[in-house]
Design a protein around this ligand. Structure first.
Ligand SMILES: [Zn+2]
Length: 340
């Protein structure tokens, strides 16, 4: 700044009025150009900043549109992320300093889950649950168990003789994690929350009915996860005498018509339901019957196939979703028909 003023003074002395004016005009123009350039550079930096922030938030699954309109809860001690893994399940729970993962999506989702957890700064998982040995639930777990410090891995008693299952048990051995078999009635502490194993019990042909069911309690709020449990497993849970009431139900088996009986829904009496499935998937999930049941009961519905990752928070009393519920009750089959 000092140099510019000095130069201007020298010019004034040396030159006549006219040539000074001409030069000054030229200088003004070049100054204007410099300002314009500076403005463009600053605008570019700002745009880049917003883009990379959005990208980061998008990767960690936050719904950008809704986080602008829905204010996160103050003192939210529990957070649940129903991660969009296409056709499959992967749910991350955070409570105090602890994190846990229920299912890890399919094999092709390994990188996505790893990035999602890393973006949130997670290094350690207090628990990893593989609800049942189907690839769309445990496919991504071997990578999770290998990359993060996993203390305990909870699996159902039933095993499967295939590469996907062996990869998971190899990772558990490699990590020297404690392998626990899910037993109905057992209660585990998780930060200031706790969870009770509510399934599986009994023997079934379908792997789905061997799904580990978990009921979380945090203050007065309750959350139920039933993996891919179908009718027979739901009946077993209903007969167990366990109070299945939950504020939020993760709908069983991606909203399949074989799951979510009226009796089961009446016992759980959820206010909110989350459906995890791939958009226009080949199984037609979620099914019209299930969607109609939810609609008739005025249960607010969240769908990963239409809304991506769904995040909720609880302070022990209030539950807040960071995404608005969907008003779209189009079944998986109808979505598929519309896209073909
Ligand atoms: Zn499944």
């Amino acid at each position: 700044m000092y140099l510019v003023l000095q130069h201007r003074r020298e010019c004034k002395n040396r030159m006549d009025k006219q040539s000074y004016k001409a030069k000054s005009k030229k200088r003004y123009r070049s100054k204007k150009q410099k300002f314009l350039l500076l403005f463009l550079v600053l605008a570019g930096i700002l745009a880049l900043g917003i883009w990379s922030q959005n990208k980061k938030a998008g990767e960690s699954g936050q719904n950008l549109n809704s986080s602008e309109t829905i204010k996160p809860l103050e003192n939210a001690g529990l957070e649940i992320h129903y991660i969009d893994v296409g056709q499959g399940d992967a749910t991350l729970l955070l409570c105090g300093e602890e994190a846990m993962l229920i299912d890890g999506g399919g094999n092709e989702m390994e990188g996505r889950i790893r990035r999602y957890l890393k973006n949130l700064g997670i290094k350690e998982l207090a628990y990893v649950v593989g609800t049942h040995p189907d690839a769309d639930h445990i496919g991504g777990l071997d990578e999770v168990i290998s990359v993060f410090d996993c203390n305990r891995v909870i699996l159902p008693e039933i095993k499967r003789d295939n590469v996907t299952y062996r990869d998971v048990t190899d990772a558990i051995r490699y990590r020297r994690a404690e392998e626990l078999t899910a037993k109905v009635g057992e209660v585990y502490p998780f930060g200031e929350a706790s969870f009770t194993i509510v399934a599986p019990e009994g023997s079934y042909e379908e792997f789905n009915n061997h799904s580990v069911g978990l009921l979380f309690t945090y203050g007065e709020t309750r959350f139920l996860f039933v993996g891919d449990a179908e009718g027979p497993a739901e009946e077993q849970m209903l007969g167990s005498g366990i109070d299945l009431h939950a504020d939020v139900l993760k709908i069983g088996h991606h909203g399949s018509s074989d799951s979510t009986s009226q009796a089961f829904l009446d016992a759980v009496k959820p206010t909110h339901a989350v459906i995890s499935c791939g958009r226009a998937n080949e199984h037609g999930h979620p099914h019209t019957r299930v969607l109609n049941l939810l609609k008739k009961r005025d249960i607010s519905v969240y769908r990963t196939d239409l809304q991506g990752t769904v995040v909720l928070q609880s302070d022990g009393r209030v539950i807040r979703f960071l995404t608005e519920p969907t008003l779209d009750f189009t079944s998986g089959w109808d979505l598929q028909a519309g896209e073909n």
